[in-house]
Design a protein around this ligand. Structure first.
Ligand code: ZN
Length: 378
C-alpha cells in the first residue's frame, strides 16, 4: 500500500521524514549522499596541516595545564580521537565522560581498557542515579526521548570541565548531522556551539524545562551539571569546540579498525535493531528502545542510518540495504523490559505515550485501526 507521504533517496535509503533535516536534488539524491561525496574532493593533507597549526596554538606553553579536552564514551570514535590527538600529535588531553548508567558489558571492558592503554587523566562523571531515572521517565513523557539527559550531558559537562580547568580547546569527533544528513558542507568548518547543542541535540529543551514536573519532581539544584557555562565564563577561558571530522577523513568503520589495534572490542552479538556491532556500546538502550522511538516517530531507525553510511562507503548495495531495513527497522527490542523496570513504567503506558508521538506526516491508521506508513520496498 502506498500512502505517498514519504519519499526515499534514490542512492541510499534515507526517508524524507528523517529526524536530521535532509533535502533532495532533482535526481532524487539526498543532501547526506551529496555531502558525503565531498569527502573524496577535500584536500586532506592540507586539512591535517591546518589541524597541526590549530593544535599548536592550544598546547600548554609551560606544561602546567592540559592542552585540550576530549569528550569520550570509550567507543571506537573515542579511541580514534585519543589515538590521533595524543599518539599522533603529542597533545596532553584530559578525557571527560558523562556516565548515562546504561553500559553494555563490552562497553565497560572498553572503558577500563581505554584508561589502561592510553595513559590519560580521565574525569568520569556520574549524575545521581535517582535523578537519571526521573529524567529518563520525564523526558520520555515530554518528548518521547528517554536519553535527552545523555544528549545534554555529553554536550554540556565537558564544557563545564573546560571552564573549571581553564582548558580552551575541546575536540569532538564527527558532526553527526553533517555526516548523515548533509546539514553543513566540509568547507564550512562548522564547530560545536551552544546553539547547535540546544536547538538540535537537545530538541530545544534545556535544564529549566525539567523543573517542577508534578510526577517526576526535579529541583533546580539537581540540574547543575546540565547548565551550560555562562557566556562570560566561556569568553574568559576562550573555550572552543572543534570536530576532528573536519580535519581528518572520518569513517566509523576505519575508526573501529584502528581502535581494535588498541584492544577495543566490538559487541559480542548483533543488536536487534542494527547489524553494526561497533556503535553505542556505552548505552544498551541507544540501539534499542531509544532507537525504536525514532521508528515510532519518523518511521525509520538506526539500521537505516547505518545502511546509508555503508552504501555511501561502498560497503553495501542499495538492494542489500533495503533488505536489512525491512528486517530491522520495525523491531520492538527486548531491552524495553529492562528500561521499564529501571524507570518503573508499565508497557501499556509506554505504548500509549509512544503512539502520541507518531508523526502524522508519516503514519496513519488503516481501516482496522493498525498503524501504517510508506515503506521503501513498496
Ligand atoms: Zn542519500
Amino acid at each position: 500500500m502506498k500512502l505517498g507521504k514519504v519519499k526515499y533517496c534514490k542512492k541510499c535509503v534515507i526517508p524524507s521524514s528523517s529526524a536530521i533535516p535532509v533535502e533532495f536534488n532533482d535526481e532524487g539524491i539526498c543532501s547526506g549522499c551529496l555531502t558525503s561525496q565531498q569527502i573524496d574532493t577535500v584536500d586532506w593533507v592540507r586539512r591535517e596541516q591546518q589541524l597541526k597549526r590549530l593544535l599548536d596554538q592550544y598546547r600548554s606553553k609551560d606544561g602546567t595545564n592540559y592542552d585540550c579536552i576530549i569528550p569520550v564514551s570509550s567507543g571506537k570514535d573515542s579511541y580514534f580521537q585519543i589515538h590521533t590527538i595524543k599518539n599522533i600529535y603529542g597533545m596532553n588531553p584530559l578525557l571527560v565522560t558523562y556516565n548515562a548508567n546504561n553500559w553494555m558489558p563490552e562497553g565497560t571492558t572498553n572503558l577500563v581498557n581505554m584508561r589502561e592503554t592510553f595513559g590519560c587523566d580521565h574525569i568520569f562523571f556520574t549524575p545521581s542515579i535517582s535523578l537519571l531515572k526521573r529524567l529518563n521517565r520525564l523526558c520520555y513523557r515530554m518528548m518521547g526521548d528517554m536519553n535527552w539527559h545523555a544528549h545534554c550531558g555529553i554536550q554540556t559537562y565537558p564544557y563545564i570541565v573546560a571552564v573549571q580547568h581553564n582548558v580552551s580547546l575541546l575536540i569532538d569527533g564527527e558532526h553527526g548531522f553533517m555526516d548523515l544528513g548533509g546539514m553543513h558542507s566540509y568547507s564550512d568548518y562548522v564547530e560545536l556551539t551552544q546553539r547547535f547543542r540546544l536547538e538540535h541535540v537537545q530538541r530545544g529543551y534545556d535544564w529549566y524545562d525539567m523543573i517542577d514536573d508534578e510526577r517526576d519532581k526535579i529541583q533546580k539544584q539537581e540540574m547543575i551539571s546540565y547548565m551550560f557555562p555562562s557566556d562570560a565564563a566561556i569568553k574568559r577561558v576562550g573555550v572552543r569546540g572543534i570536530y576532528l571530522g573536519n580535519y581528518i577523513k572520518w569513517s566509523g568503520n576505519n575508526n573501529a579498525a584502528i581502535a581494535k589495534t588498541y584492544g577495543w572490542q566490538e559487541a559480542d552479538a548483533e543488536f536487534e535493531r542494527t547489524y553494526r556491532k561497533i556503535s553505542n556500546l556505552d548505552d544498551m538502550h541507544e540501539n534499542g528502545i531509544h532507537d525504536y522511538m525514532k521508528y515510532i516517530k519518523f518511521g525509520y531507525g538506526r539500521a537505516t542510518d547505518h545502511v546509508c553510511k555503508d552504501i555511501r562507503e561502498g560497503r553495501l548495495s542499495r538492494e542489500q540495504g533495503i533488505e536489512i531495513v525491512k528486517q530491522r527497522d520495525s523491531i520492538k527490542p527486548k531491552d524495553l523490559y529492562r528500561w521499564l523496570e529501571y524507570v518503573d513504567m508499565s508497557e501499556e503506558e509506554f505504548d500509549q505515550i509512544a503512539d502520541s508521538f507518531r508523526d502524522p506526516s508519516v503514519w496513519e491508521r488503516d481501516t482496522q485501526g493498525k498503524w501504517v506508513k510508506d515503506n521503501i520496498w513498496d
